[in-house]
Design a protein around this ligand. Sequence first.
Ligand SMILES: [Zn+2]
Length: 457
Amino acid sequence: MDSSNETPLTISLVHQGALHDDLLAELLEQQGVPFKVVLKGDPVHQGPVALISKSTPEAYLRATQSCGGKKENVLIGEEIVDVETIRHMLGGLQDNKKDNFDLPVNEEGRKLVAAVGKRMSEVGVPLVLKSAWPGDAKACCVLTHDIDFMSFSPFHKVVLRGSDRLSGLARLLFNGAVRRTNYGWNIPETIELEKRYGFRSTFLFMNRYEARDDAYFERSLKLVKDGGSEIALHGSESSHKTVEAMDAEMEAFRERTGSYPRGLRHHILKFQAPETWVLESQFGLEYDATFGYNRFFGFRAGSCLPFHPFTATSRIPILELPTSFMDWTALHRGDDRSRFGEFLRVAKGRVEENHGALVVNFHNTYLNKETFPFVMEEYESLLGYVREKGYWVATAAECAAWWGRRGQEQIEPRMRDDGTILVSARDVSVRTFDAKDSSRLSYPMEAAASPGADSTV
Ligand SMILES: [Zn+2]
């Protein structure tokens, strides 16, 4: 086909070698905006609009050259979004300890998309966006289980407090003490339950358990592997802060499980931002799922989309999968159990509004029908809910791998003179920012399903 009558729809991000440029790139990537980074000395990329983080004469000149010499098509990032807030949030510097479901990073990201979309529409071209998840799923759900213990006593105060009826409690205590029933393992039942819904999950194992639990550990590994779920690291000791401790954890993990983990969550959510991310990335880990609070719900970094964290000077090559709900947090609020799922519902709502990822952590110790019936009820109802709503349910490693591929994929949107929108999408689905442009899109799923093909969408 003759490409001379095709208008490219990929925008230019004119890079000035500053952190703010990388932060804008992160927002564009999160929001699925096709963009090309133009470094100093690069050949000019012609796009419908050019974005610069701040206006300097040099950047402004390069930006103008990148959008056909039209000054009005140069957008200045700092006039659209609060880049400092994003730096603060994605640098892990936010430390207000309270329930917080605000998503300033995602809100700023949407502002940026809106500004780009508006400008493009004013010059008569559509903005094509990558969908967040495979098959254009509305959201992603990552089911994770921190494995702190392989056995758990029904004498535990949380069980005692949570038990409804005295007779039920007596039975638990009898079974626990006399018949030595292990109410705390629950891994086979959890895998079975998830399988009934067609889901797999991520089990995060520590390197050390009590000696009596060795047999449980071996059986757990086999069950998780056989079921296709993921085995990841539940870091402990001081691997969140020293190279030596991390090295020891990684090697011990490989020895026990046969391979290095692709990601981890630290026990008790121990974390030093941003150093822990840097350390993890140095060991080749693809994702972290730690960054949150034990005692508070919500999105600590202000994003329900996966993100690359930042140091004061650069983007860290690791993805944070933001965990928004943990069973322990709800159990230790000590309020009445009817409120157990309340914060999970808030998280779901926020995630759906932003096409984000709902990363939940349910410990194996609490996934027991007899000791924690309300936790099980909530977990099962979550599985039913995400299936019914068409979430893309993935392991943590799958989610991180997807996010990386999506970011890398060049969909090269362009418009023909007759208004038809073309993309070269392989894995990702696409949509238009302005719904009225969608009539020029046809068969987006076919485009996503035919690898490498130049397709009319
Ligand atoms: Zn733990």
